[in-house]
Every structure is written in C-alpha cells, then in structure tokens.
Ligand binder design. Structure first.
Ligand SMILES: NC(=O)c1ccc[n+]([C@@H]2O[C@H](COP(=O)([O-])OP(=O)(O)OC[C@H]3O[C@@H](n4cnc5c(N)ncnc54)[C@H](OP(=O)(O)O)[C@@H]3O)[C@@H](O)[C@H]2O)c1
Length: 259
C-alpha cells in the first residue's frame, strides 16, 4: 500500500541540529506536520520560523515525564502520529574503566532509553494512526561494534529493540525500521579524525540520511543502511569473521574513539 506523506503528522526527536533538523526540513517541505523535539528551544524556533508545518516542542528524551507530555500534546492537538522518528542521540568517549561509567550510562540512556521511552509513549497513538511508521536512527556502530563501547552498546540495543518490535508491531499496522547511518558530519559527530584519513570521502551529509528516512516512510522498510555499501561489512562480520576483524579495527582507528 502506498504511503502518502502529505498532511500526515510526524514526530522527530533530536530535531535541533544535524540529521533530525535536515529530516524536519525535508518532511515539512513535503507538506507534513512535523513536531520537532529537542532541548534547545531557540534552535527549534528558528526551524519552525523557516519551515511551514514545523511545530517546536522542548523535551529531554531521558525524562519519561517530558516524553509522555510530548505524546499527550501530539494526541490532543493533532489527533494522530503517523511517523515517529527516534533520532535524538549523543556520542560517547572511549570506555576504559570507572572514570567512564557516568558517560557510558548517559549515552545508553539518551540513545536507547530515549527510543524506548518514545515508543512506549506513542505506541497507542501510532496504532490508532495506522498504517504508521517508526524510524529508529541507530548506526552502523550498532551492527559492527566499532567506536566507543557505550555508543556501540546503545546502538546494538536500538537495533535489537527495532528488530523485535518490527515483528511484534506489524500486526497493528506499524512498521519499525532500524536505520543505520555510517559517518555523517554533524555538530555532535564532527568526524574530525575520519576527515584526516584517506577515508574522508566516505563522510556524508545529514541530508543523505534525511533522504533515506523519507524513503523509509514511503516504502515501510524495516532495515536501511546509509550509504548501503556499509552492509558489506555487516555481511562479512557473519560470514567471514577474520576478514571483518581486519576491516573493523581500521574503522575503529579511523573513528577516533581512542583519541
Ligand atoms: N553523525 C553520524 O555520523 C551518525 C552516524 C550514525 C548514527 N548517528 C545518529 O544520528 C542521530 C542524530 O545525530 P546527529 O549526527 O544529527 O548529531 P547532532 O547534530 O549532534 O544531533 C543530535 C540531536 O539529538 C538531540 N539530543 C541530544 N540529547 C538529547 C536529549 N537528552 N533529549 C532530547 N534531544 C537530545 C540534540 O538536541 P538538543 O541538544 O537540542 O537536545 C540534537 O538535536 C543520533 O542518534 C546519532 O547517534 C549519527
């Protein structure tokens, strides 16, 4: 069944910069009502002033009360949620021991905890708005275990949560996609280290992911990798583990997680 975005309601977390902002701009231009959530109110207001259909909403995804209030507002003011894009996220440093515990738990709480909170808060409205979409912006780091350990753990968690809910929620008319980007240059992920290496040319732009999210809304895919060629590493991880380890350790070094 074709899924026409025009006039539909989307909620995007982490919409104040990077991938979330690019996605809000793209979906707003398509004629969707876009509830753009994040903590930096002034950034959301600029976005709403520039893009018709964008509605700013301040929320911290680590707060269950904030996320429940977001869902309650969307239900009351807009009466539907056809697309939930769980994109809010933070990176993390290398995990070397006790000094890194708070940072690790915080990374997992924002990335995985925020996704779980949002899916819990919006489950009922998504079902009532079916056919509806959930797009969880995880990462290639959620398939390969490279880069900072807590970040990889948070993204592996998002991948598993997405895969299991994709099966469980299909009967309610909700598709759930794990959308896994590679290196994208944004404020939170400047890719400084990668850009100093010969791999610099693989660094993409936020709109590459926004385009993939748009495509996922249209086709209801349950998994998408951006760009798609990173999937070769994912396949190699399972079918050619020694080869994978050589490639993955190179990616790990390039990602700068040891700096
Ligand atoms: N860039 C990459 O290479 C890359 C690759 C794979 C996956 N990803 C994933 O893509 C997503 C977006 O990242 P990005 O690259 O676009 O980085 P970004 O520009 O730093 O954007 C991160 C967004 O998350 C929001 N955020 C952070 N903590 C939050 C919280 N506690 N509550 C609500 N919002 C919060 C930020 O807004 P406020 O600070 O205003 O709250 C911001 O809008 C993340 O999940 C990231 O893991 C990125």
């Amino acid at each position: 069944m074709s899924w026409d975005p025009t006039g539909k309601v989307a909620v995007i977390t982490g919409a104040s910069s990077g991938i979330g902002e690019a996605t809000a701009r793209r979906l707003g231009r398509l004629g969707m009502t876009v509830i753009a959530a994040a903590r930096r109110e002034e950034r959301l207001q600029v976005l709403a002033d520039e893009v018709p259909g964008v509605v700013p909403h301040v929320a911290d995804v680590t707060s269950t009360a904030d996320v429940d209030a977001l869902a309650a507002r969307v239900a009351e003011e807009f009466g539907a949620c056809h697309a939930l894009i769980n994109n809010a996220g933070v990176g993390g440093g290398a995990f070397d021991g006790r000094d890194d515990l708070d940072d690790a738990l915080r990374t997992i709480d924002v990335n995985l905890g925020g996704t779980v909170r949002c899916m819990a808060a919006f489950a009922e409205l998504l079902a009532a708005s079916a056919p509806s979409r959930v797009v969880n912006v995880a990462s290639v780091a959620g398939k390969l275990g490279v880069g900072p350990a807590a970040y990889a753990a948070s993204k592996f968690g998002m991948v598993g949560f997405s895969e299991a809910t994709a099966f469980a929620w299909a009967s309610r008319g909700i598709t759930v996609c794990q959308l896994n980007p590679g290196f994208i240059e944004t404020e939170g992920f400047p890719q400084t280290q990668v850009k100093r290496t010969p791999a610099a040319r693989v660094v993409g732009e936020p709109d590459d992911v926004a385009r993939a999210i748009h495509r996922t809304l249209l086709d209801g895919a349950t998994e998408r990798t951006v760009p798609a060629w990173y999937r070769a590493f994912v396949v190699a991880r399972h079918v050619a583990a020694p080869l994978y380890r050589v490639g993955a350790s190179r990616i790990d070094r390039a990602s700068g997680s040891r700096d």
